[in-house]
Design a protein around this ligand. Sequence first.
Ligand code: C2E
Ligand code: MG
Ligand code: MG
Length: 559
Amino acid sequence: MYKVLESVRGKRKVLVVEDEMINREILGNMLKGEYEVVYAENGQQAVDILHMDYDTISLVLLDLMMPVMGGEEVLRLCRSDNNLSQIPVIVMTQDEDAEVSIIRAGADDFIKKPYNMPEVVLARCERIIDLYEKKRLIDSAEIDPLTGLYSGEFFFEYIKQMEKYSDIKMDAIAMDIEHFHLVNEIYGRSEGDRILKRIGSMIMAELGDSYGIACRVSADTFYIYHQGSGNYGKLAEKILTDIAAVSFEKAKIRLRIGINKNVDRNDPPEQWFDHAKLACDELRGDYTRQMAYYDSVTHDKLLYHERLIRDIDTSIANKDFAVYYQPKYNIEGDEPVLQSAEALIRWNHPEFGMISPGDFIPLFEGNGLVQKLDRFVWEEVASQIAKWKEQFKATVPVSVNVSRIDIFDPELENRLLGMLDKYGITTNEVLLEITESAYSDSANRLIEVVNNLRDKGFRIEMDDFGSGYSSLNMLTTIPIDVLKMDMKFVRNMLNDDKSLKLCELVMDISRFLGVPVVAEGVEEKAQLDKLKDMGCQIIQGYYFSKPLPAEQFEELLAK
Ligand code: C2E
Ligand code: MG
Ligand code: MG
């Protein structure tokens, strides 16, 4: 690195401060082969030059006995000035006994007068310049200029040093800001920087005199190594309150904190923080908590999730995903009649085998990937319906699940219509299931989207109805065609009076809205009978059939 600096800057500049002309000349002649030499005749001149050119001068050679201002005064001024203290000073003296007092006063070295050994003078100059430049490089890499905390690289170096002298219990903490890139995009980089800076100084203040250090390891991620038993939730609250105060109510940010408590010293420090970061990442999109502790369950789960995210594209390409069909039966007459089906995705993972959608749909809803799966399912379903139509000259409508994420896709309507068009089918053959909780997330947007879809002829089923998100008031304004009763009411209706009452309530609401009810999760005859008594029209559940691969569902159709 030193070599690079040298080639960039060319010859270094040395300031010779000496009142006797003859001495200036002798020194100048020694140095000018290696250095660019500038001269001052007394201390005051030297200080003026230094104030002007402190960022280009690499070394000061300083005489002590001078008129106007002596060398010791220059030295004192240099050492108390932030800019000037970065420049090394070699004192030139005849007085051998002054060595100690000179070094004490802040000189870095001394050269004896008279200068009768040029190679010694040159060697000393070179050594001191080299030392200072290396130190400056290290200082600049050590500290993150924005926050004043350590940089990531040196953070771990220091931890390793700290570990040599202490075995007290320590925590590794990772802290980051949810959607920080949005703060930058919406409020501008300088506001983003201001927030980061503020967090940096709050962390520094929190560390105070306690045993610990902190760094900014990447854009919006901070690592803190802290003597155990800190109240990190309180720290987060303090930071948030503080930022709310300085941001003029602008950026509303959310902090996530992952804590690896009482680190395991058998593992390397990098790993302590990887684990804290894992716990921190687990909080992504979870607005109910801002702090999570690392444990082995977290670890396994997160690695598993990362793997699933990594594999989704290849699995779509390799057709590891399949669509299963679960029949829905109309039970109004004496004999149940196959009326329609629900398309449910299945993942036959090459390594993990069959994975339940309950394991990956919420994960992919969290990061938007669910859209890829839904499009895959819609396309499969549309082409399957077209095939069955051709084969049987008739078919049953199939419901597909539409995730809450899809609702925000401005192309949703066109996508669905394009797909129908491509396979020559109609909105009578594909129904859309939207979960009740999506309605409460973003009621206005959803009502608008659903109205548009219905105008185009689609029928909408409200899935998992009764899970408790919609207000009754909202229900009367929501445009829907079918209610799907939440499965847990059916599961408990025979042994729990409250669940039974809720089933009845759902039936009442459906009559009020004038729409039919699908009861999901019906596994027993007794449940079916009870639901039939209540006036439920459609049943979906293991009692009739589990979700089936397309070929098996085809056999049902054939009958
Ligand atoms: P859902 O849409 O409410 O689907 C009904 C779930 O109940 C299905 O679970 C189905 O297999 C299960 N089920 C049906 N009858 C019974 C029964 O008698 N007993 C029991 N215990 N369970 C029954 P599955 O297939 O595991 O799907 C779970 C959830 O994953 C679905 O709930 C849906 O929210 C989501 N999902 C499935 N496929 C897709 C998809 O293609 N796209 C989206 N966005 N979500 C999907
Ligand atoms: Mg569904
Ligand atoms: Mg459901």
